[in-house]
Design a protein around this ligand. Structure first.
Ligand SMILES: *Cc1c(COP(=O)(O)O)cnc(C)c1O
Length: 423
């Protein structure tokens, strides 16, 4: 059959779901919780009457229960969560923090803002940080690792936690993209020393803007509490922060309105991810037989938050053409590299890191005199990452895709593969 890109009839012509997973779910619950806040006339969580009746506290309690952790702190973004956690964990000048070459720029930026030096290492076929690359990057200055559960897929946490234990390193999970995911029966965000979530609109659940820190470590929690509330907590949520001296800090507090939306959204995350998983499993089962494509390796298939189907093709050229042809068949998809803009998820576009530039010289972690290591960056340094991304195609999934939609995707992938020689 002739491909749509060559003038043939496309597999489908209807639209393919909405682009935002989280906001599609907004319903009476969000309205009820938001109106509840307006009725109470309390948008500030620390209003005295609010302490026992706060949406922000409810959101934190929900994550404590979901993850089985002792502490959760809601903040105003995922980036804030990362910076507050790094600072709370005592990571700063002189320290190296290992991060993957494929993650949102916020992960790298937070490390520099904390005063530490990011060490950027390759990902592997899972599209998450490669444990082998972590081992190769260890130095006497390494203080922490930030595994990022990219595109819904869990990082290889057994291997990472072993490296951390053997080398006495702190592990901070960046779980902005895999809320609701699991790894070998454990909730993502409950495995490292601390974890950061984002509730921005591109994520699985949203609060408008927002983030959350989860940890079992009461020192990290207490210091994060201090940092998120301008150095001296208005109310001592942790009941423990008195044991820690105050220090200059930012205001990262979440508003009750954001918390209300985040709460309504987060209450249904298992249902949401459950629906996504069924859809992904159906499509994956239907394309197993396509010999041309190599599926993304997923460290725990059952734990996958399942917001994307991702596969690799034999070469970057074939990948670009495959992507275009699949789009013309009516199945939206992206290549992961060369998207036509400076994608901030790829280290080659982290200009300020490649050029070792900070806000001002005294805060420059590479050159202010504290750092004794010799990290270097270049556009070419993570070849494996660039090669993998240049051969990868991602199909964004949506919880409302029907069986018919899945069948169309399967059919279109077969059709394009079968005609690849003609591309
Ligand atoms: C979105 C994202 C962040 C930052 O979250 P914001 O809420 O947008 O600040 C951090 N890390 C990763 C991997 C992300 O995808």
């Amino acid at each position: 059959m002739r491909l749509a890109i060559d003038g043939g009839i496309p597999v489908r012509s209807e639209a393919w779901g909405s682009s935002y997973i989280c906001t599609e779910e907004i319903n009476e619950k969000e309205k009820e919780y938001v109106l509840r806040v307006l009725d109470k006339k309390r948008l500030f969580r620390w209003a005295p009457e609010c302490l026992t009746d706060s949406e922000t506290s409810k959101l934190e309690n929900l994550y404590c229960e979901r993850l089985g952790v002792t502490h959760a702190l809601a903040v105003n973004s995922g980036t804030s969560a990362l910076l507050a956690t790094l600072i709370a964990a005592g990571i700063g000048p002189g320290d190296e923090v290992i991060i993957p070459a494929f993650t949102f720029i916020a992960t790298a930026s937070a490390v520099v803002l904390a005063g530490a030096v990011p060490v950027i290492v390759d990902i592997d076929e899972t599209l998450t940080i490669s444990p082998k690359s972590i081992l190769n990057a260890l130095t006497k200055y390494t203080k922490a690792i930030i595994p990022v559960h990219m595109k819904g897929v869990p990082s290889q946490m057994d291997e990472i936690m072993k490296i951390a234990k053997d080398n006495k390193l702190i592990v901070i999970e960046d779980n902005a993209q895999a809320n609701g995911g699991m790894y070998k029966g454990k909730q993502l965000g409950s495995i490292g020393d601390a974890a950061c979530f984002s509730f921005q609109q591109n994520k699985l659940v949203t609060s408008g803007e927002g983030g959350l820190i989860a940890t079992n470590n009461s020192e990290i929690f207490s210091r994060a509490c201090i940092y998120h509330d301008v150095g001296l907590l208005f109310r001592d949520v942790s009941k423990n922060t008195v044991n820690f001296p105050s220090f200059p800090a930012e205001n990262y507090r979440m508003s009750e309105l954001n918390a209300a939306i985040g709460l309504a959204q987060s209450e249904r995350i298992d249902n949401l991810v459950g629906r996504l998983r069924k859809i992904k499993q159906k499509i994956i089962a239907g394309i197993q037989d396509v010999s041309l494509i190599e599926l993304q390796r997923v460290p725990d298939v059952e734990g996958d938050s399942s917001c994307y189907v991702i596969f690799y093709l034999p070469s970057p050229q074939i990948t670009m053409r495959f992507s275009m042809a699949l789009k013309k068949e009516g199945i939206p998809n992206n290549v992961l590299r060369s998207r036509g803009f400076s994608d901030r998820h790829i280290y080659t576009n982290w200009d300020f890191i490649l050029n070792k530039r900070a806000i001002y010289e005294a805060s420059n972690p590479w050159s202010n005199g504290w750092y004794k290591g010799d990290v270097e960056y270049s556009l070419e340094m993570c070849q494996k990452t660039l090669q993998l991304l240049s051969r990868a195609i991602a199909i964004p999934l949506h919880q409302n895709l029907t069986t018919r939609d899945c069948d169309d995707a399967i059919e279109a992938i077969h059709k394009v593969s079968n005609n690849l020689l003609n591309l």
